[in-house]
Design a protein around this ligand. Structure first.
Ligand SMILES: [Ca+2]
Ligand SMILES: [Ca+2]
Length: 266
């Protein structure tokens, strides 16, 4: 502030130089805000700073494995918060369908919503006890029948259009979500691969480049990397990460904060 005023006083004496000085100062201020927006939670990620490849993956694992865990029944209420429709606080947004639907219509009916495990449960056999099966970073609300149609398919491009999930496609062995959540899906899968490394009785989840339903793998890596680029984190996804951090698990999805770390690891 002081130096800006100094520059402004000086501009009458040396208008050209002062304009140049102001021009130099403003980008300094804006680049500081841009840097903090692009690199949030620097202290949270301090152990990962400057790392790449397996060293980065290992550092991130060490950071995000410190978390609280919630029960599978508690996931219902958590999703009503994490996936709340920003335009209607009575509703949640269904991940694949994109539909805004009353929070109170969770259940087993064909048009109810339920808890979709984006990392398919059978790709790790982790069930629904507190742990990967209740990890909010990869569980989203979805229409019951759409959830069932997705089943445990890997993620890949192509197939036929899906009723009740506009923009999604599926065939016998893969699921393609609508464009607006392609990146969300990719970053959820990458989170799971880093969070779960075979400790505490949980499987070592990893991403592969196949659509073969192998355990404990999930695909398809090359497509998920493209989706991370195609659909960068938006306000909904960032708020979701923050709510999980602040209120439920106290750990973050690093790939929402730093989508460039996908390419640095894989
Ligand atoms: Ca998105
Ligand atoms: Ca892993």
């Amino acid at each position: 502030m002081t130096s800006l005023r100094t520059v402004r006083r000086g501009r009458w004496a040396a208008a050209g130089a002062a304009v140049a000085a102001v021009a130099l100062m403003l980008p300094t201020g804006s680049s500081a805000s841009a840097a903090s927006a692009a690199a949030p939670y620097d202290s949270y990620y301090a152990a990962a700073e400057g790392k790449t490849g397996t060293a980065l993956k290992s550092a991130l694992h060490g950071i995000i494995k410190t978390q609280s865990k919630i029960s599978y029944s508690a996931v219902w209420d958590a999703l009503k918060n994490t996936d709340q429709d920003p335009n209607n606080t009575n509703n949640v947004i269904l991940v694949y369908s994109g539909r805004s639907q009353s929070k109170s219509t969770n259940g087993g009916g064909v048009n109810d919503w339920n808890r979709e495990h984006v990392w398919a449960q059978s790709h790790g056999d982790f069930g629904t006890s507190a742990g990967p099966g209740t990890d909010l970073h990869h569980i989203r609300p979805e229409d019951v029948t759409v959830n069932s149609t997705r089943g445990n398919k890997d993620f890949d491009m192509g197939g036929s259009a899906v009723s009740e999930a506009p923009g999604s496609r599926t065939d016998s062995d893969s699921w393609e979500p609508r464009d607006a959540v392609k990146g969300d899906v990719a970053r959820m899968i990458f989170y799971m691969a880093v969070r779960y490394e075979g400790e505490d009785g949980y499987p070592n989840l990893e991403v592969n480049d196949s659509v073969n339903g192998s355990v404990p793998l999930h695909g398809r890596l090359s497509v998920l990397k493209q989706w991370n680029e195609l659909d960068p984190p938006d306000a909904f996804e960032q708020r979701r990460n923050q709510v999980i951090f602040d209120t439920y698990q106290h750990n973050r999805n690093p790939f929402i904060d730093h989508p460039e770390w996908v390419g640095a690891i894989w």
